[in-house]
Design a protein around this ligand. Structure first.
Ligand code: NAG
Ligand code: NAG
Ligand code: NAG
Ligand code: NAG
Ligand code: NAG
Ligand code: NAG
Ligand code: NAG
Length: 919
């Protein structure tokens, strides 16, 4: 009231200035004043105010029009003769904020509201139902959310309704939409609409375009859709629609595009679909449609685009397809089509794209294919196509993509392939192609991908391949190629992927490979490639995978390669130091099966350099003993690991007997692995270096431990029994699990080493012999005096039983704490020692036995005696001994004080003669 009375007394001009300075402060009272001054209607003022409050018009625009009482001259606004707004068109104007900033209740005359392509958010206001005159409503491509207000159903003049591409408009489609009788266009696609398609949409008889795709609509397609006689575009793709395609769709005779793909539609394709004479695009892919392609489809002579991919359509391709003269794109892939490719397909001369992948099409490629002059892409992969590649294929000079992978195509690659000048991708892998790669392939200078893997292609890689300057992918793995890798001729400067694995390539890798600066994948594995690995490979920055496994590569691994992410050098003849840092990025598996690699990994030997440093060039201070044929050193490596080295000295190396033993030990120990056999970490047999590297055994030999009073006491009965058992298991493994069997020939307490926990390990395989059925077992004397089986002296024949005897001696030695010596001979002849009691011969260092260990000792003694039988055939085999030790059965607990050696001897003979219980 105060403002109004004040305004009367102040000149209008002054007010106008005030408004300019403080336009935002205008209130209704002021509007009334301005109406009085300029003669605008109250509605115009309200509309201008409502529009201004949206801030969709910059204040300068509003001011430039110099008219606050009416918006009619603002951009995007039109008014009727009465000055009331009829059009608001602010499409693609980067408008943000809530849509309801525009108070729709002020625009009763609005017939066109176009806010398409902005960033408006919020709900669609229910007040929209008040715009009774609205003909055109476009809110496409905003960020509106929430449900479609049912009040839209009141906009009976609406002809165009587009709420598409808002992504978050949800809820179901209000059935009231069916009241919009004048609607010609309804776009609700690309939102989150759920529920069924309301059957009331069948009432929209003026509808030309219905787009409901990319929502979450479910239920079946209402047959009432068939009433939309004016429809030209029906787009229901990418929903969750179920049930069959209603045959009423056949009534939509004006239909140009029918998109039902990516739903869960089932049943067969209705033959009525053949009535859609105007159809140019039919898209039914990714459903669950069954049955054959209806022959009525051939009536759709305007069809340009036919997509039936990814269904379960069966039967054969109907020959009538020839009538679809305008067909440009034909997709039938991923179905269950059988039978041959109809030769009539050749009539589809407009075809640019033919995709028959992943069916069960058989027969050969019809020569008529040559008529498809416009074809740019031909996919026939993953079928059962046989026969040769027709040479007429060379006529398809527009072809850019040819994919015949995974068929049964045979014959050779026709030289006419050279005519496909536009070809960018040629995939022929996984067929039965034979013969050489035609040199004419070099003419395909646009080729980017060449896949010929898994065929029976032979001969050389033609040097002309080097002319394929645009090649990015070259895959010719699993063929029978021989000869060289023709990089030196080539300028494959774009090559990224090179796979020549599993061929018979037998020359070396040219160092020019380093010039291929884009390579990221190189697989040359499973060939016969020789020579050294070019270090230039390490200069190719993008290289991520380098697989050179299973070749004959020699020399060192260049350190430049360590940084490549995936490497495989296994199964070659590489040698020398594994490059620094290799172990940080790669496992030792990538180096397995090479000749002489050293360092970095636990399962590889240290490099000779390290060894020489660790032992100060085999200084006597590091010598810890003498083996069968060389000195043994203790070496602490830079890694902290301690290893034992057995070195064959120069003088010994010149002795052929010693040298043979050394090589023999290497040969045997690299073949075998057992818990109770000393582990060979590595060896070195070249360039004047001859040594073996073993696991280091802290306690030295059993021989020495038994003879050192302190250590012998530490070696209590249970430890002794375990050593004997372990030795038995290891011998059983060598005799019965290794093929050919290995006889050690020098089992003695000297050759059983003990680790820090007094566990026993058989060592020194210098005299071990492989019992090969094809070679004589006759041999020279070997072994240690006092452990050699008596029969060996006159048969000179190696058998497993020699080891059994030696084992018996060692077992007895462990029980007695000393070598049994003459006891051995006296046992078999009658002598006073036979009357000795078992406990009398046991090692006196140890405290008296408890009952349980007594049983173990009795078992060991019985077995030892059985093994010492003078007749080799009466001795048990080690497998039986090992199993006897593993069994839980124990001899009767007789005190050892009452068992005489004679009794034991007889008992042993009986046990061995009758066979062991568990053997
Ligand atoms: C403002 O618009 C009204 C209604 O269109 C018109 O009558 C009036 O002349 C305009 N004033 C100016 C200053 O343009
Ligand atoms: C629109 O304007 C009317 C009349 O002034 C008012 O009643 C209503 O609340 C307004 N609506 C909104 C959403 O601001
Ligand atoms: C629909 O969208 C609105 C606004 O984002 C949301 O609050 C509501 O939970 C949604 N409704 C459903 C059923 O998702
Ligand atoms: C629909 O369109 C017709 C013809 O253009 C027109 O006569 C009619 O008034 C419009 N509105 C309704 C509600 O039918
Ligand atoms: C359709 O979806 C709605 C909401 O997601 C669900 O409640 C209804 O059961 C579904 N109907 C069918 C037929 O799957
Ligand atoms: C095929 O396409 C041509 C050119 O687009 C058109 O004139 C013709 O009517 C179409 N239909 C048939 C059956 O040829
Ligand atoms: C050598 O001994 C093995 C194992 O006892 C036996 O299989 C092989 O036949 C023997 N070789 C010959 C030539 O007797």
């Amino acid at each position: 009231m105060a403002a109004a009375s004040l305004s009367i007394s102040i000149p209008i001009v002054a007010w106008a200035i005030w408004i300019l300075l403080c336009g935002k402060c205008l209130d209704n009272a002021l509007h009334q004043l301005l109406v009085a001054a300029f003669g605008s209607s109250a509605l115009q003022l309200k509309q201008a105010k409502a529009l201004r409050e949206t801030r969709w018009w910059s204040s300068t625009t509003a001011q430039a029009s110099s008219n606050y009482s009416s918006a009619c001259l603002w951009d995007g606004i039109t008014c009727n003769a009465g000055g009331s707004v009829t059009t608001i068109d602010k499409s693609h104007s980067s408008l943000g904020g809530q849509l309801n900033k525009l108070n729709l209740s002020f625009f009763p005359n609005l017939d066109r509201l176009d806010l398409n392509g902005n960033l408006l958010t919020g709900l669609i206001p229910i007040e929209i139902g008040m715009l009774k005159n609205l003909v055109y409503l476009d809110l496409h491509s905003n960020m509106l959310v929430g449900p479609i207000p049912a009040t839209l159903g009141y906009l009976t003049n609406l002809e165009y309704l587009d709420l598409g591409l808002n992504y978050y408009i949800n809820g179901s489609i209000p059935p009231k939409i069916g009241m919009l009788k004048n609607l010609t266009t309804l776009y609700l696609d690309s939102n989150m609409l759920v529920g069924p398609i309301p059957s009331t949409l069948g009432c929209l008889t003026s509808l030309d375009s219905l787009y409901l795709g990319h929502n979450e609509l479910n239920g079946s397609i209402p047959s009432e859709i068939g009433m939309l006689k004016s429809l030209t575009s029906l787009y229901l793709s990418s929903n969750m629609l179920v049930g069959p395609i209603p045959s009423t769709l056949g009534c939509l005779t004006s239909l140009d595009s029918l998109y039902l793909g990516h739903n869960e539609l089932n049943g067969s394709i209705p033959s009525k679909i053949g009535m859609l004479k105007s159809l140019t695009s039919l898209y039914l892919s990714s459903n669950m449609l069954v049955g054959p392609i209806p022959s009525t489809l051939s009536h759709l002579t305007n069809l340009k685009y036919l997509d039936l991919r990814q269904n379960q359509i069966n039967g054969s391709i109907p020959p009538e397809i020839r009538m679809l003269k305008n067909l440009t794109f034909l997709y039938l892939s991923s179905n269950m089509l059988v039978g041959p490719i109809p030769s009539t397909l050749g009539h589809l001369t407009n075809l640019e794209y033919l995709d028959l992948r992943q069916n069960q099409i058989n027969g050969s490629i019809p020569p008529e294919i040559r008529m498809l002059k416009n074809l740019a892409s031909l996919y026939l992969s993953s079928n059962k196509v046989d026969g040769p590649i027709p040479s007429t294929l060379g006529h398809l000079t527009n072809l850019e993509y040819l994919d015949l992978r995974q068929n049964q195509i045979n014959g050779s690659i026709p030289p006419e392939i050279r005519m496909l000048k536009n070809l960018a991708s040629l995939y022929l892998s996984s067929n039965m192609l034979v013969g050489p790669i035609p040199s004419t392939l070099g003419h395909l200078t646009n080729l980017e991908s060449l896949g010929l893997s898994r065929n029976k292609i032979n001969g050389f890689i033609p040097p002309e391949i080097g002319m394929l300057k645009n090649l990015i992918v070259l895959g010719i793995s699993s063929n029978m190629l021989i000869g060289s890798i023709p990089f030196s001729l080539g300028h494959f400067t774009n090559l990224k992927h090179l796979d020549l694995s599993r061929n018979k390539i037998n020359v070396s890798i040219p160092s020019e490979i380093g010039m291929l600066k884009d390579l990221s994948y190189v697989n040359l594995s499973h060939n016969f490639i020789s020579g050294e690995i070019p270090s230039a490979l390490g200069t190719i920055a993008p290289l991520l995978t380098l697989d050179l496994s299973y070749n004959n590569l020699m020399g060192n691994i260049p350190s430049s390669l360590t940084g490549i992410q995936r490497l495989d050098f296994s199964h070659n003849s590489l040698e020398g130091q594994i490059p620094d840092g290799y172990a940080l990025y790669h496992t030792s598996n990538t180096l397995n099966g090479n000749k002489d690699l050293c360092d970095q990994f636990k399962n590889f030997p240290p490099c000779p350099k390290d060894i020489i440093e660790a032992t100060e060039d085999f200084d006597i201070r590091y010598c810890i003993g003498t083996g069968g044929y060389g000195s043994v050193y203790r070496a602490k490596l830079p890694s902290g690991n301690v290893v034992a080295l057995k070195k064959l000295h120069q003088r010994e190396a010149e002795n052929p007997v010693f040298y043979k033993s050394f090589i023999n030990e290497v040969r045997v120990l690299t073949e075998i692995r057992h818990r109770n056999i000393v582990k060979l970490h590595g060896f070195c047999v070249h360039k004047g270096c001859r040594f073996l590297i073993y696991e280091y055994m802290e306690r030295g030999s059993l021989f020495c431990v038994l003879r050192n009073v302190d250590e012998a006491m530490e070696l209590d009965w249970s430890k002794r029994v375990n050593i004997i058992k372990g030795t038995a298991h290891a011998l059983s493994y060598m005799h019965h699990e290794c093929i050919p069997a290995i006889v050690h020939r020098d089992i003695s307490s000297n050759n059983i080493l003990l680790n820090s926990e007094f566990q026993g390990f058989i060592s020194d395989f210098g005299t071990a012999k492989l019992l090969d059925p094809d070679t004589s077992n006759q041999t020279l004397v070997a072994g240690t005096y006092g452990y050699i089986a008596p029969e060996f002296a006159y048969t000179m024949t190696v058998t497993e039983k020699c080891d059994v005897y030696s084992f018996g001696v060692v077992a007895l030695e462990v029980l007695m704490g000393r070598h049994p010596g003459e006891l051995l001979s006296s046992l078999s002849s009658s002598s006073s020692s036979q009357n000795m009691m078992l406990n009398e011969i046991l090692d006196q260092c140890l405290p008296p036995l408890n009952r349980q260990i007594g049983q173990d000792i009795l078992l060991v003694a019985t077995i030892a005696f059985a093994c010492l039988h003078t007749q080799s055939k009466s001795r048990p085999i080690m497998k039986c001994v090992s199993q006897e030790f593993l069994s839980r059965r124990k001899p009767n607990p007789i005190p050892l004080t009452v068992i005489s050696l004679l009794q034991l001897w007889k008992q042993a003979a009986y046990v061995a003669g009758s066979g062991f219980a568990y053997c």
